[in-house]
Write a protein that binds this ligand. Sequence first.
Ligand SMILES: [Zn+2]
Ligand SMILES: [Zn+2]
Length: 380
Amino acid sequence: MPAVKAIVAELPTTPLVRNWSLQDVDVGSPGDDEVLVELYASGICQSDILLGSLPSGAVGVEYPKIVGHEGAGVVQEVGKNVQSVAVGDPVVLSFSSCESCAQCEESHPAYCEDFKPRNYRGKLESTKMSSSGEKVWTEFFGQSSFSQLSVVNKTSIVNVKGLIHDLSELKLFAPLGCGFQTGMGAVQNVAQVTPKDVVLISGLGAVGMGAVMTAAIEQCKTIIAVDRVKSRLDSARKAGATHVINTSDPSFTNLDEAVRALVPGGVSIAIDATGAAEIIEQSMKATRKRGKMILVGVPPLDYFVHIRGTDILNSGRSVAGCLVGDCDSQVAIPQIIKWYREGKFPIDQCVQSFDAVEYEKALESFKNGETIKPVLVWKE
Ligand SMILES: [Zn+2]
Ligand SMILES: [Zn+2]
């Protein structure tokens, strides 16, 4: 098979500083439980940057590796144990799960007992550097979508044949496998909102925007969106936020106070998609009795949530974690596509495409907040 282009993450010389470059790689055939996918596009998510720059060994990460955990493409080859797709089918990629542990059997694959090795570490099998022959870690989140061609785990594949109008839509649907799905699931699966809910959503990347859109679909009576970038707050308003709080506004002092100025009684649901300790603490304070605080953004590893036991007891408040929205991608991704068609989940307003070779430009635009969801295009 001819060499293809991929973004390869090499061992960082400085921890947490990316050492990525566009390289030629040779991709082999899929195993029995795998599928070879020609990627049309891949979304960039914050976890690519984090897990593609950790020191070697942290959460099982090794180098060189190909990250990318949102993608869409067309099936080129199918392993013999795979029944869900055929050659030529368009697919959207999501996370990988074992399908046999207790969590998977109870339809909570995001909490698969095997999640870390399957998703953060991946496999050292199918792919090697064309220049040196060195093997490359792939199947990051079962997929390693930052590549023109990738061997993907069968559990990461969502067949979208019949759901898309033409292959050009793969660019738009490429990012559904992580960020948008996570935000949607935080509201629908974890918060289980009703129209009575007053919802606070902090951090308006794809996760926060997906949460705002879903809260609007569920007709939550108040939806407060928080960010430090005005253009994102404007997008959130268009997506259904009833109020916005700009944390970079000179008059802003703290989130609890800003929320209480809008809803004196506090919020029933607070979703944090920033991972910032201060925002988490303040969001928690802004919840009313029986309120629910949901952690979605990744906080610093040494951050501990401070809650007094008696406060939790007396107030009936709860704190929940949320990984990939507790979603089953086979259900969540078709649902989001359906909502998009109905004009209720306007992902097109959040997505910006970049030629894959210009990934540094995409990352810069992502970092400075101009782009909510950058998508790398491998094939038009
Ligand atoms: Zn499992
Ligand atoms: Zn992600």
